[in-house]
Design a protein around this ligand. Structure first.
Ligand code: MG
Length: 169
């Protein structure tokens, strides 16, 4: 079995009166993302992690923000298209681990809904989908509530499990 790790990071600006969508879940909040698509930083970081693991480029190359086709796009479609390419290259997602860095929007009350959404999107059981939340402790643009960050790490595998049966897998 061949394994690869990928990491992704994204940041979008926040402004009053915009939609806030994280992991495909719409969250009621006084601020939302300023972005060409729906601005879902968590799904954008997931796409980059998947593409990175398979050395398939980055989300900007696949879905350029200069292309009107992606304006207001539901980012779940980006994930579906990226996952299709990853699978076409023979890779399967093993697990994902995400972190959201947000100052003024509390993520914890939405954590389970977001995990369930992510699990459904990538076709994994929930115990392989982790989501953590932090603040920026009042520092930098995220800490001032001007932006939100997300980071995602994924593991993908390809090929036969050649273990002799003693690997415990
Ligand atoms: Mg983005």
């Amino acid at each position: 079995m061949d394994y690869r790790i990928g990491q992704g990071w994204d940041r979008h600006r926040l402004a009053a009166g915009r939609r806030l969508v994280l992991g495909g879940v719409e969250i009621a909040a006084p601020v939302g993302f300023v972005a060409h698509s729906d601005g879902d930083v968590l799904l954008h970081a997931l796409c980059d992690a998947l593409l990175g693991a398979c050395a398939l480029g980055d989300i900007g190359a696949h879905f350029p923000d200069t292309d009107p086709a992606w304006k207001g796009m539901d980012s779940r479609r980006f994930v579906a298209e990226v996952l299709a390419q990853v699978n076409a290259a023979g890779w399967s997602l093993v697990n994902l681990d995400g972190t959201i860095v947000a100052e003024t929007v509390r993520i914890a009350p939405h954590r389970e809904a977001i995990r369930e959404s992510l699990a459904g999107l990538v076709g994994l059981p929930k115990d392989r989908v982790s989501l953590k939340a932090k603040t920026a402790e009042g520092t930098d643009a995220v800490g001032r509530g001007e932006a939100m960050d997300a980071q995602v790490v994924v593991l993908v595998s390809r090929g036969e499990d050649r273990g002799s049966g003693g690997s415990g897998r």
